[in-house]
Design a binder for this molecule. Sequence first.
Ligand code: HEC
Ligand code: HEC
Length: 216
Amino acid sequence: MALNRNHVAMFALVAVSCFVVGCSARADENERGADLYRLCAACHGESAAGYEAVGAPAIAGLPQWYLEAQLKQFRDGTRGTHFDDIMGMRMRPMARMLMRDGDVEAVSAHVAAMPVARPAPSLTGGDADNGKAIYTATCVACHGADGVGNQGMLGAAPLNHSSDWYLFRQVENFRAGVRGARAGDQGGALMRPMVLQLADEQAIKDVVAYIMTLAN
Ligand code: HEC
Ligand code: HEC
């Protein structure tokens, strides 16, 4: 059977739709995740250990549920839209590039499978002993004694993967309502009153110094 004009049109259509949907239906999720991660590496680094100069935290080895939840929050604007959230606004357009069904899951699976790459502490002046007392009284119920987080507690974040400068900034963000104050942010609503109990900047430094002693 000779190729007629309809066949040619059909090939063209297949080629175009393959381009648009990326032929990814055939590629497996791992490849898709690794491909997507190339977009992230510019800020989070090849090994996802973070890059302080651009404010991007270490994310390697975070659990899949937490990664998916945060990417969705950035995508739907629960996170990264407050006018003082300069760092969140850097991240939000990236999450919005994960447009296709399965993208969030694929890139999260890729990052979750990377070995934890937690940077050494860089903040000074924190008293980990005092921080332990604060953590045990105020944070442990949701984040756990070992800081692994709790998905069932409205997605309480794992804290034992992150850099101290990032943890410090997030606590300040929650306190200031830059994160966690948007209507409908149930996890944020749970978290904010807790960190509002911290007396001052020194108390934040202390609790973060203690969190940095938790193993991952
Ligand atoms: C332009 C730089 C940039 C790129 C590219 C980027 N990010 Fe981010 N990302 C950030 C910054 C900055 C933050 C910290 C936001 C904050 O402080 O609230 C962040 C935060 C995150 C967080 C939240 C971590 C936590 O502990 O809550 C996740 C998850 C994340 N990024 C995943 C990704 C993924 C996956 C990609 C690729 C699809 C990506 N990022 C691409 C800059 C970037
Ligand atoms: C009542 C439960 C609860 C308590 C108690 C609590 N948190 Fe949280 N915390 C959460 C939830 C839920 C989230 C995730 C919010 C979200 O999805 O944005 C969170 C997120 C965080 C984050 C962000 C981590 C990241 O990777 O971006 C930090 C840092 C944090 N909490 C520190 C603390 C500290 C320090 C204390 C004690 C002073 C504390 N939390 C007490 C529930 C709690």
